[in-house]
Structure formats: structure tokens, C-alpha cells
Design a binder for this molecule. Structure first.
Ligand code: ZN
Length: 334
């Protein structure tokens, strides 16, 4: 009798624990489903009005935004279509273009044959054997190429990851400013070093100025206290000083070497670079063309993509100027 009761109790206990387990499993399934639905929702592209404030930068780009995506999904979105896809890829391709330019130059005969060939084509000079000339220091030119690569890579990462969170967006934008400062500062190095290669006083003076302004602008970009409106003049003043510290040596170059074709050609390239950047800044600031047809350029053709292409064009023109500087000093020496 007692045995039967115990058995019934055991069966009843086992039934209820089975029930409990089934309920538990169902609950888990439900949670899992909700989680995957949330994940899916997170990966949906949204329109401008649904964005949190930190992602609202351009109301004329209306749709296809990624908003607060998990980091993994944000990284994988490099292979999907949204309104940042071309912003990411333009500068990533630009990075690889500069990487291959740097590698090709390094692998050419002492880094001499490529600038020499360009020099001979542009100036119709008699041919030199790369091995018969004494190459000038390459580091200012490689520093420029590194600055350009850093700027392009950081920019690409910034566009890829900023959609993740307010904090990520904040950090990535600061790094993006640092990359732009690096590009500006290192752009001056070939101009200053090679133009004044035989005049160490002016070479060191100009290079110290631009390096100090560059470092200051990086600090201003990275230290939060400088974001306050009362530092607006400091920020603007620093960028103006950076521009000015480029203008003075270019004028100096034309005064001192105006009769040299290398000085004229490099100045033409430098003016072309400034024009590319200038048009880029105007397109970027006025948000052309999307302001005329909001929503029509969300995926292809909006101002930020045009700005990226113009930055690459400007940086490439400067690379060509750098080659002329190298060959000038390789052939001429001091
Ligand atoms: Zn950008």
C-alpha cells in the first residue's frame, strides 16, 4: 500500500517537473524569439526623423540610415547597402591607392626611377640613369603618404562605426579630425623640406611652425574642453594659422625659385590641390546636390561622397607635386 502511494507521488512529481521543464523551455524559446526580433529590428535601415540627435547631420539625406546597430552588425555593414556605403568605400579605396603608391615608390630603384621619369616627361630633361644620381632624403615624402593613408583609413572607419552609439560616434569624429589635421600637416613636409633643402634656417623654421600648429589642432580636436563655444575663435584661428603657414613658404618659393620649372610645376599642383579641397569644402558645407532634391541622392551622389572623391583628387595632385620635388633635389642636390 505504502509502496503504491510512493510510486504515485513519484509519478506525479515527475509529471509536474516535466511540465515545469516544458514551460521553462517555452519561456526560453519566447525570449530567444524576442531577442532575434530585436536584433532584426536593430538591423533595419531607418529614415532621418527616426534618428537619435547624434546621428542627425544632414536632413537632405532622407533614408537608408543605420541607427544604433550592434558593433558586429555595424562592422559587417561594410558589405551592405546603406547611405554610408560609398562614404566608407571611397576612402578605403583611397587608402589602398596611397598604400600601393608608397609601395611602388619604395620598390623602385632607390625610390628614384619613378620621380625621375615624371620629371623627364614634364620638363623634357635629358635622361639620367637612376643609379648615377644621389637621392635626397625620402622621409618627408613618406611622412606625407603616411599622413594621407592615416586620414583616409580613419575616415573610412569613422563612417563604418559611428552608427553604433553616441559614445562611439563622439570618439570616431574626434579621431576623424585628428586624421584631417595629420593630412594637412604632413602635406607641408615635402613642400618645405625639398624647396628649402639648401637653406636649413627657413626649412627648420617653416617645418617647426607647421608641426606646432598641427599638434595644437590635434590637441584641440581631442580634448573635450575645447569644444565649448568660447574656444571657437581658438579653433578657427588655429586652422587659419595652418593655412597661412603654407601660403608664406609657397610665396617664398616663387620669389626665390620662380625661374625654375620645378618650382612653377609644383606650385601649379599645389594650387590644383587647394582648388580640389576648396570645391570639396563648398560642396560639403552647402550640401550640394541633395539640398535641391532631398532623398534622391541618399545612396549615390550626395555631397559627402563628392567631398571624399575631391579629397582623394587633392591628395593625389599633391603626391605628383612630391615626385617633382624629389626628382628636383635628386638631380640638383644643393
Ligand atoms: Zn567623411
Amino acid at each position: 500500500m505504502s509502496c503504491t502511494v510512493t510510486l504515485e507521488k513519484t509519478i506525479s512529481f515527475s509529471r509536474s517537473s516535466n511540465q515545469f521543464l516544458v514551460t521553462l523551455i517555452k519561456e526560453e524559446d519566447k525570449k530567444e524569439n524576442t531577442r532575434s526580433i530585436n536584433e532584426l529590428n536593430k538591423r533595419k535601415l531607418v529614415n532621418y526623423d527616426s534618428l537619435p540627435d547624434f546621428l542627425k547631420h544632414n536632413e537632405f539625406v532622407v533614408n537608408y540610415y543605420r541607427s544604433e546597430w550592434p558593433l558586429k552588425q555595424a562592422i559587417l555593414s561594410i558589405f551592405s547597402i546603406h547611405n554610408e556605403t560609398l562614404n566608407i568605400w571611397t576612402h578605403l579605396i583611397g587608402f589602398f591607392i596611397f598604400l600601393s603608391l608608397a609601395a611602388t615608390l619604395m620598390l623602385s630603384v632607390n625610390g628614384v626611377s619613378i620621380p625621375l621619369k615624371l620629371h623627364q616627361e614634364l620638363l623634357v630633361l635629358p635622361s639620367f640613369e637612376p643609379k648615377t644620381i644621389k637621392p635626397i632624403a625620402r622621409w618627408p615624402f613618406y611622412t606625407y603618404l603616411t599622413g594621407a593613408m592615416f586620414c583616409l583609413l580613419i575616415s573610412s572607419l569613422c563612417h563604418l562605426l559611428s552608427c553604433h552609439s553616441k559614445h562611439t560616434c563622439y570618439v570616431m569624429l574626434r579621431l576623424d579630425y585628428t586624421g584631417i589635421s595629420a593630412l594637412i600637416v604632413t602635406s607641408f613636409y615635402p613642400l618645405l623640406y625639398y624647396t628649402f633643402a639648401c637653406d636649413p634656417f627657413f626649412r627648420n623654421l617653416y617645418m617647426s611652425f607647421i608641426t606646432v600648429f598641427g599638434l595644437a589642432s590635434v590637441i584641440v580636436s581631442l580634448v573635450p574642453v575645447f569644444e565649448k563655444p568660447e574656444f571657437l575663435m581658438v579653433r578657427t584661428g588655429l586652422f587659419a594659422c595652418m593655412g597661412f603657414s603654407g601660403l608664406v613658404p609657397i610665396i617664398h618659393k616663387m620669389v626665390a625659385f620662380g625661374d625654375r620649372p620645378e618650382a612653377v610645376i609644383t606650385t601649379v599642383y599645389e594650387l590644383m590641390m587647394l582648388s580640389f579641397y576648396g570645391v570639396g569644402v563648398i560642396v560639403y558645407a552647402l550640401r550640394i546636390p541633395e539640398r535641391w532634391l532631398p532623398g534622391k541622392f541618399d545612396l549615390i551622389g550626395h555631397s559627402h561622397q563628392l567631398w571624399h572623391v575631391l579629397v582623394i583628387a587633392g591628395a593625389y595632385t599633391h603626391y605628383l607635386a612630391g615626385l617633382v620635388y624629389l626628382s628636383w633635389r635628386d638631380v640638383e642636390g644643393c
